[in-house]
Design a protein around this ligand. Structure first.
Ligand code: NAI
Length: 454
């Protein structure tokens, strides 16, 4: 049989592409070497959210007296948290599997290697079987970056250096956890293990945490976690990992922090090794598959969605890329835009951002007006919060009075931010947004309130 489409990789990009293609009546084969759902569902977004929800529950209980709620001896039962996380993952993986069945997608649990092409299409070997399809989607995702720091690879082999995969399954809370990299994974895991009772040290190469996040927001986040007892070593370059210490250089000289476990979270790189891309001439650039705005590679009929194209390594970007890709395969012209992709950090307080930051607007020479409000402008925020340091910041295009960026830190930011993404995506003007009725009392109301500051 010749398939209409073979999808390599069953993460958010791959399974959604397969689902949409199946819905449209195409014959689809999905090849996944590990588990359906990919990194997001099995060892990323979802399991970490299960852990972080337990952390948040414990955090609230610990400050319960501020709310007139007395909870004594609050602690996290880590084994129970991991057990619950595993159940959440199992349920959702089964859900993806059901969706594949419903849309008549054939799933093969093997490693796929592209062999070449014939007059019938592209040939992919999965296990011992060769399959052919008219079109191919590469959705092989990404793997953690593991730089050649002396001792890092040995530590990984010996089980005390972990990546995002292993850390979600450890059964004991380490007394001393050192996290290399203060980006999204580092901060989310620092958040959980700090709540669970670890002494957490974050060693970050840059002079700030949370990468390109708006500077006011990341400063508030840093201060929050410093107050909770996380030790941050910034502008610190790790030079070695021994079997008991992480060693790094700072302006003050050589320093060392002892550990029980080390988490390496210094970014991810596209996963293309062994895929056989060279057998059909797919162009890559520093390991990432190059795609155009239709998600097509340099080879007509071959597409790449999700982390493997290295543009925006987020599950929700992969979803949209998958839709754009399938629409184009179906002959419905659709274009991928990256200007309104929200990003969220599920710390407590949580961070939600979309679009230009003050820094990026300045770099691009955009003529903007920038306003900031404390979240205490929201009655609900004041009624519910124990810390009152949340803010919202908006970047407006001065000429058109459209919104270019919205950045928030505080409760519900992760759920509010898509509203801001819609405003940017649909190029709404400040005056249009002022006319929308927001429910009261909500934290999201600040998004309307701030429009009156512009
Ligand atoms: P990241 O790119 O967010 O952060 C990596 C950090 O490590 C950066 O701050 C970088 O300066 C630092 N770093 C790099 N080399 C270093 C070194 N040798 N020593 C010390 N620090 C070093 O990468 P992360 O946290 O590993 O996440 C990987 C991917 O997963 C990202 O693309 C992220 O967007 C995604 N992700 C998204 C989540 C979300 O949306 N909530 C949650 C978790 C991950």
């Amino acid at each position: 049989m010749i398939y209409d489409l073979i999808v390599i990789g069953g993460g958010p990009g791959g399974y959604l592409a397969a689902e949409r293609a199946g819905q449209a009546g195409l014959s689809v084969l999905l090849v996944e070497k590990r588990a359906l759902g990919g990194v997001c569902l099995n060892e990323g977004c979802i399991p970490s959210k299960a852990l972080l929800n337990s952390a948040k529950t414990a955090d609230y209980a610990k400050v319960g007296s501020k709310y007139g709620v007395i909870a004594e001896n609050v602690s996290i039962d880590h084994k129970a948290v991991v057990k619950r996380k595993d159940k959440v993952v199992r349920t959702l993986v089964a859900g993806v599997s059901m969706k594949m069945k419903k849309n008549k997608v054939t799933v093969v649990n093997e490693e796929a290697v592209i062999q070449g092409r014939s007059a019938d299409g592209f040939i992919v070997k999965a296990g011992e079987t060769e399959y052919t399809a008219k079109r191919l989607i590469i959705a092989s995702g990404s793997v953690p970056s593991m730089p050649p720091i002396p001792g890092l690879h040995e530590g990984y082999k010996n089980g005390f250096v972990l990546t995002n995969r292993e850390i979600l399954d450890i059964t004991e809370v380490p007394e001393k956890l050192v996290i290399i990299g203060g980006g999204v994974i580092g901060l989310e895991m620092a958040s959980y293990f700090n709540s669970a009772g670890s002494n957490v040290t974050v060693v970050e190469m840059l002079d700030h945490i949370a990468g390109p996040t708006e500077s006011d927001i990341r400063t508030i986040l840093l201060n929050n976690y410093k107050k909770k007892g996380v030790d941050f070593r910034l502008s610190a370059k790790v030079t070695e990992i021994t079997d008991k210490e992480v060693i790094f250089e700072t302006k003050e000289g050589r320093q060392a922090v002892p550990f029980d476990k080390v988490l390496v979270s210094i970014g991810r790189r596209p996963s293309t090794e062994g895929l056989g891309l060279e057998n059909i001439g797919v162009e890559t650039e520093r390991g990432r598959v190059i795609t155009d705005e239709y998600m097509q590679t340099n080879i007509p009929g071959v597409y790449a969605v999700g982390d493997v194209n290295g543009v925006s390594m987020l599950a929700h970007t992969a979803y949209r890329e998958a839709e754009v890709c399938i629409n184009n395969i179906l002959g419905k012209r659709d274009i991928m835009r990256y200007n309104a992709i929200p990003s969220v950090i599920y710390t407590n307080p949580e961070v939600g951002c979309v679009g230009e930051t003050e820094e990026s607007a300045k770099e691009k020479g955009l003529d903007v007006e920038i306003v900031k409000l404390p979240l205490t402008y929201s009655g609900r925020y004041v009624a519910e919060s124990s810390e009152m340091d949340g803010i919202i910041k908006v970047i407006m295009n001065k000429k058109y009075r459209t919104i270019l960026g919205v950045h928030m830190i505080g409760s519900y930011a992760s759920e509010i931010i898509y509203g801001a993404a819609m405003m940017i995506e649909s190029e709404m003007r400040v005056e249009d947004i002022r006319q929308i009725v927001f429910p009261h009392p909500t934290v999201g109301e600040v998004l309307k309130e701030i429009m009156w500051e512009l």
